[in-house]
Ligand binder design. Structure first.
Ligand code: SF4
Length: 648
């Protein structure tokens, strides 16, 4: 039999349809699903629209980690709705404050060799313990919850050979920042990043989680580590060693692309504001004055990550100019930090302790001050994500964060050896930890009514695709537009995620504050609108609201030079056609306000034929292409997947 790498083994053992030829559509059996609250409310409304009885996967968990602030009734309305929906459809329910989805999932449910589909783009963190874990839009997770396969284009596999051993003051975050330094936010597109080699021995399961989690930022479909002795040690620590299986690449297995990282040669790295791909060595920006340091998030969630900051800050006081915020990643981590005496030094040094969850990572609190630098151990720094529109967020390791919190300036942690005569604290993985399960509610056979407070609005209905369109370009955008740009993040917006009419007021807000008013005005004049964009459109989070809200306002299609995977899928799911420029240079010919006309659209889509848009009054024709599967044709024609399922 042909030798296989780990990714190929997991795909072939879950393949329901298609062939494993890169770029072609495959259908995968999904063993586990996870939802977080910011996307989960919609998924539950979709399951209601499907009229589903009980969900099908082996494990399904609804987490509440994103919208934890209770400044009015809205988030709490969502929490109650989610708890009732979890019970109604058969999900586990992880109560508010129990921790970040990816962290609790790895602690309690993740299992080597299984597939996991999550309505959160950092779901690939599960790859740290040998899962095939993919992040996608909520509608795909709703379908998987109903027992349908997950369809995705067969990725290529990038084999990343790790050799050497990380030097002192350099940790797992620097490994993934090195990947981003090399590949930026698009270099992983169409790939699974599979790690192997002798360097793996020195990376714990949580180190691997850090690397797999933030692999999402390269645009990769997912990241995969083997399941080895270190995975077994992790499962033992969690009291789940019986769930271990060995999963390694066959001797002589090959990869579509081969790269190598010598861990011994890495140094502390940092991503500059604006994009996780803007990576430079910390020493190049050291000395810049900072105003805030935030530790935690699913990108640095393990006990070690908090412990190391605690060791560095022990007996110190943070700079008077710095707010030092601690976001515990899970209740279990918090309980263990307390028990091992690692929380005390963080508090004594001046740390501000928040509840377990995403918090500042998704702009739910901890928004930085205007024109100041915030240093974070988080995975993303797209403009405005923090809740401050002109923010300056730098991403780094816990070591760099702790060193900088003391000095008040961006500091290469290696400098602590000279500045404070400090040796690098050596972490030894504990063989046993305290297990915390109390805040998980198991599914049962009952089917209670859904509790819908005033913040929960039933999903809007959408019309089918028309045959002729004559609509304006309401927004022209450049490259790398993120879903944070398409739909604003932050504490004022997130609580509206189960209320599409209200949420839509923030569509494209971070790019053009007047967009909503123009969209409403446009509704009086035209039957819809379109937008145009450059490369890598809709990168970033998995939120389907970034397709649903523009759709609600009347968006019929987008034309981009290229798309990020999840964003592209979400557009199709909600009946927005993701056109691409046949000639990318045509982007320059189009202007905001141009009226585009397309005729014979339904027939063309049905036959998957190319389409031409005519610019009214300008004598310009723009040839458009799109790459949708036969299965997706019906979704577009029906006006989205919900209509399609209802029709079925
Ligand atoms: Fe939460 Fe941030 Fe992790 Fe997303 S990346 S799951 S917002 S902690």
């Amino acid at each position: 039999m042909k030798t296989q790498n780990v990714s190929q083994k997991m795909i072939s053992s879950h393949l329901i349809s298609g062939e494993m030829t890169p770029g072609t559509e495959i259908g995968l059996k999904i063993d586990q699903v996870l939802l977080q609250d910011a996307t989960g409310t919609l998924v539950m409304l979709e399951l209601e629209a499907f009229n589903l009885n009980k969900i099908k996967p082996e494990v399904a968990v609804q987490y509440v980690d994103h919208n934890l602030l209770q400044t009015d009734y809205k988030n709490m309305d969502d929490h109650l709705f989610l708890q009732s929906a979890a019970a109604r459809f058969g999900f586990w329910f992880s109560r508010p404050g129990n921790g970040i989805s990816h962290v609790v999932h790895m602690e309690r449910f993740g299992r080597p060799g299984k597939t996991l589909l999550g309505s959160d783009s950092h779901t690939p963190a599960g790859g740290g313990i040998g899962m095939l874990a993919i992040g996608t839009g909520g509608l795909d997770v709703a379908l998987a919850s109903a027992g349908e396969p997950y369809f995705v284009k067969m990725p290529k596999v990038m084999g990343i050979k790790l050799v050497g051993k990380l030097p002192d003051w350099v940790s797992a975050k620097d490994v993934i920042l090195e990947m981003l330094r090399r590949y930026d936010v698009t270099g992983g597109r169409g790939y699974i990043l599979e790690y192997y080699g002798p360097g793996l021995k020195s990376l714990s399961a949580w180190d691997r989680h850090v690397i797999a989690n933030m692999g999402t930022e390269t645009g990769a479909t997912t990241s995969v580590f083997p399941s080895d002795e270190i995975t077994l040690e992790f499962l033992k620590q969690e009291g789940r060693e019986d769930e271990w299986m060995k999963l390694e690449a066959d001797e002589g297995a090959t990869y579509d692309l081969n790269i190598e990282i010598n861990l011994s040669e890495l140094e502390p790295l940092i991503a500059l504001p604006g994009s996780p791909g803007n990576v430079v060595p910390v020493r190049e920006v050291s000395g810049l004055k900072i105003n805030q340091v935030v530790i935690g998030s699913s990108a640095n969630p393990g006990l070690r990550d908090f412990w190391i900051t605690s060791q560095i800050l022990k007996g110190e006081v943070i700079s008077p100019d710095v707010s030092f915020d601690i976001n515990p990643s899970s209740r279990q981590v918090l309980e263990n930090l307390t028990e091992m005496g690692a929380l005390g030094p963080l508090i004594a040094a001046g740390g501000r302790l928040h509840q377990s969850g995403c918090m500042g990572c998704i702009g739910m609190g901890q928004a930085p001050a205007t024109n100041t630098i915030s240093l974070r151990t988080m995975p993303r720094n797209f403009p405005g994500r923090s809740g401050t529109l002109d923010d300056q967020i730098y991403l780094c390791s816990p070591e760099t964060a702790a060193a900088s919190a003391i000095t008040g300036k961006i500091t290469d942690p290696r400098e602590l050896e000279i500045l404070m005569n400090m040796a690098y604290p050596k972490w030894i993985e504990p063989s046993q930890i305290k297990i915390s399960k109390k805040m998980l509610i198991a599914p049962n056979e009952e089917s209670p009514e859904l509790i819908k407070g005033p913040n929960i609005k039933t999903l809007p209905n959408f019309e089918q695709l028309p045959d002729k369109l004559e609509i304006p370009i309401l927004l022209k955008m450049g490259d790398d537009i993120s879903t944070d740009g398409i739909l604003k993040a932050g504490a004022d917006v997130l609580p509206l995620r189960s209320n599409i009419p209200e949420l839509s007021k923030y569509a494209y807000y971070a790019i053009d504050e007047s967009f909503y008013d123009r969209a409403i005005e446009n509704q009086k004049l035209h039957t819809g609108f379109c937008v145009i964009a450059g490369n890598n459109y809709a990168q970033g989070s998995s939120r389907e609201h970034a397709a649903l809200s523009p759709r609600y306002l009347g968006q019929k299609f987008a034309i981009a030079k290229s798309y990020a995977r999840i964003g592209w899928q979400n557009l199709i799911n909600f009946g927005i056609i993701p056109f691409e420029f046949k000639n990318p240079a045509d982007w320059d010919k189009l202007e905001q306000g141009d009226i585009l006309q397309i005729e014979g659209l339904r027939i063309a889509i049905k036959n998957r034929e190319a389409v031409t848009a005519t610019v009214i009054g300008k004598n310009i024709e723009i040839p458009l292409i799109y790459n949708i599967s036969e299965r997706q044709v019906e979704h577009i024609l029906q006006g989205g997947v919900i209509n399609f399922v209802k029709q079925k």
